[in-house]
Design a protein around this ligand. Structure first.
Ligand SMILES: *[C@@H]1O[C@H](CO)[C@@H](O)[C@H](O)[C@H]1NC(C)=O
Ligand SMILES: *[C@@H]1O[C@H](CO)[C@@H](O)[C@H](O)[C@H]1NC(C)=O
Length: 191
C-alpha cells in the first residue's frame, strides 16, 4: 500500500524507525591531575524521547575516589513524541485509505463526499506533519548541541579546574536521525 500513499507511508516508516527507535552514546574523558582518579572513557547513553535532563552519568570529582553525578540539559520529548505520534497516525491513515481504495473502490465512487473527505484529511495531515517536522528539526539541532561531547564537558565540575584535562572520546552517531529531517526538505521541494 506504500504505492498509493507513498508520502505518508514513507514518512511514517522513516519517522518511526529513525526518531522513535533512536538511541545513541557519547563518551567523554576526565583526566585528573591525580591520575588515579581519572576516568578516560565515561559512556553516556541517551535516546528517544530525548528527556536529556533525566540522563545522568558519574564523573570523577578528581579528589581521591569521589565521584559526582552530572545531568545533561534539556527536555525535547514533546517535539519528539509529537513527531512520532503524527507518524503513527499517518501510517494508520495510509493503511486505512489503501484498504478503502482496494476493497471498496465502487462504494468510494458512489459516496460523492468520499474524495472531498480524503482531500481535506490529506491537507490537514500535510499541515500537521509540516508543523511536527519543523518542531522536530529544531529540537534535533538542540539535542545535537546538548549531547556534543564538547558541551557535555562544560557540565562536569572537575573540568572547570584548569589542571584537569577533559576531552571527547566520541560523539553520538546521527546518520539515522538526519534522514528523518531530510525528508522534510524533500517534501517541501515538490509540494
Ligand atoms: C568510568 O566511569 C564509568 C561510568 O561511571 C564506569 O562504568 C567505569 O567503570 C569507570 N572507569 C574507570 C576506569 O573508573
Ligand atoms: C548529519 O548531519 C550533520 C550536521 O547536522 C552532518 O555533520 C553529518 O555529516 C550528517 N550525517 C550524515 C550521514 O548525513
Amino acid at each position: 500500500f506504500c504505492m498509493l500513499y507513498s508520502d505518508f507511508c514513507l514518512f511514517a516508516v522513516f519517522a518511526f524507525s529513525t526518531c522513535g527507535g533512536y538511541s545513541g552514546q557519547l563518551r567523554v574523558s576526565v583526566d585528573c591531575m591525580e591520575k588515579a582518579s581519572s576516568n578516560l572513557s565515561i559512556p553516556i547513553d541517551f535516546g528517544y524521547p530525548f528527556r536529556l535532563d533525566q540522563v545522568s552519568f558519574e564523573a570523577p570529582a578528581c579528589e581521591a575516589t569521589k565521584r559526582e553525578r552530572v545531568f545533561l540539559i534539556g527536555d525535547f520529548s514533546s517535539s519528539a513524541e509529537f513527531f512520532v505520534t503524527i507518524s503513527v497516525f499517518a501510517f494508520l491513515y495510509s493503511l486505512m485509505a489503501s484498504i478503502v481504495y482496494i476493497f471498496f473502490l465502487n462504494k468510494y465512487r458512489q459516496i460523492s463526499r468520499g474524495p472531498l473527505i480524503d482531500f481535506v484529511v490529506t491537507v490537514v495531515f500535510s499541515f500537521v506533519w509540516l508543523v511536527s517536522s519543523s518542531a522536530w528539526a529544531k529540537a534535533l539541532s538542540d539535542v545535537k548541541t546538548a549531547t556534543d561531547p564538547d558541551e557535555v564537558q562544560l557540565l562536569i565540575p572537575a573540568c572547570k579546574v584548569q589542571t584537569n584535562k577533559c576531552g571527547s572520546v566520541h560523539g553520538a552517531r546521527w546518520s539515522g536521525l538526519n534522514t528523518s529531517v531530510v525528508r522534510l526538505g524533500d517534501r517541501c521541494n515538490y509540494t
